[in-house]
Design a protein around this ligand. Structure first.
Ligand SMILES: NC(=O)c1ccc[n+]([C@@H]2O[C@H](COP(=O)([O-])OP(=O)(O)OC[C@H]3O[C@@H](n4cnc5c(N)ncnc54)[C@H](O)[C@@H]3O)[C@@H](O)[C@H]2O)c1
Length: 272
């Protein structure tokens, strides 16, 4: 049921690759809640053409931009403003990729060129986006920026590899920009730390089914589905959360503050 929470708001949504993507669900919900927005993704990701279906159902334009390319990002914010008729009220950063994780390189044997790519694509891209938006005066007063993170920024999940470092950097960039943009324009910047979710990026992590199952058994509410992550993002884009900023907000069914559960203990008990 829609509530008109984003009525009249304009935005930019990155990272919708296919209908499993968290960004895809955010776009569908933002549309239902009355927002108008442009979709963006890396030019290579557009080749599959899936994003055009989403553009059609949500009545949005698609502007290709590699999130590691400053010229692309400047163009993205300029064109988005031209298409939407002014500065944007919300931005979703839903971008992550590690060549080391993809190619199975252990943390103790990283390829450093790939490591730099991991950090650039998955974290510095948020800085680049906000710098381009700031220089182009593209954020409206009171706008809201959300980036997606994972608890490996705080705790070790061995197979998450160098993505853990990228998420820690992403969360720090969120605070650093949040401080500056908050003072300047009351703009909020937060990360949502989501449960393991079956998407292209998620399932690329070695042993993802193990991650998923462990988190499910450890979370009193169970793993949070992508649709619910989208619901949470919508509240952060709405005027209901105007004083929430510089936070890493766990959207994880209670995983992050649970010590142990009977389901997990059962694996270690001699007598059942
Ligand atoms: N799936 C999970 O388990 C999970 C859990 C917590 C956080 N997250 C985060 O959620 C975000 C979205 O991932 P997802 O799970 O929806 O997977 P996804 O694979 O659907 O989305 C990742 C997106 O990043 C885009 N991308 C990669 N390189 C890019 C570049 N250079 N420029 C622009 N875009 C680029 C891809 O094209 C893709 O659309 C990521 O930041 C991911 O780390 C995912």
């Amino acid at each position: 049921m829609a509530h008109g929470l984003l009525k009249g708001k304009k935005g930019i949504i990155s990272g919708a690759l296919n209908d499993q993507s968290i960004a895809w669900k955010v776009a569908e919900l933002a549309h239902a809640e009355g927002a108008s927005f442009v979709l963006t993704n890396a030019p290579v990701a557009m080749r599959m053409g899936e994003i055009n279906k989403l553009a059609e159902t949500t009545g949005s334009a698609v502007i290709p931009a590699d999130a590691t390319n400053d010229a692309d990002l400047e163009k993205l914010f300029a064109e988005a403003q031209a298409k939407l008729g002014g500065p944007v009220d919300f931005v979703l950063h839903s971008i992550g990729m590690s060549p080391n994780v993809r190619k199975g390189r252990a943390y103790s044997d990283l390829n450093y060129e790939w490591y730099k790519q991991t950090l650039d694509v998955s974290a510095i891209s948020l800085h680049r986006m906000l710098q381009a938006a700031h220089k182009g005066n593209a954020l409206a007063e009171g706008a809201s920026v959300v980036a997606l993170s994972y608890i490996a920024a705080q705790r070790v999940f061995p197979d998450y590899g160098d993505m853990a470092d990228a998420k820690a950097l992403l969360e720090s960039i969120t605070r650093s920009w949040g401080y500056r943009l908050g003072r300047e324009k009351r703009v909020r910047v937060n990360t949502v730390s989501q449960s393991p979710t079956w998407t292209t990026a998620g399932s690329g992590v070695k042993g993802f089914d193990g991650f998923f199952g462990f988190a499910q058994a450890m979370s009193p509410l169970g793993n949070a589905p992508a649709e619910d992550c989208a619901n949470y993002c919508i509240t952060l884009f709405s005027d209901l959360t105007r004083f929430v900023t510089m936070q890493n907000l766990f959207h994880d069914g209670g995983f992050s503050t649970t010590g142990v559960t009977p389901e997990v203990m059962a694996n270690f008990m001699k007598e059942q």
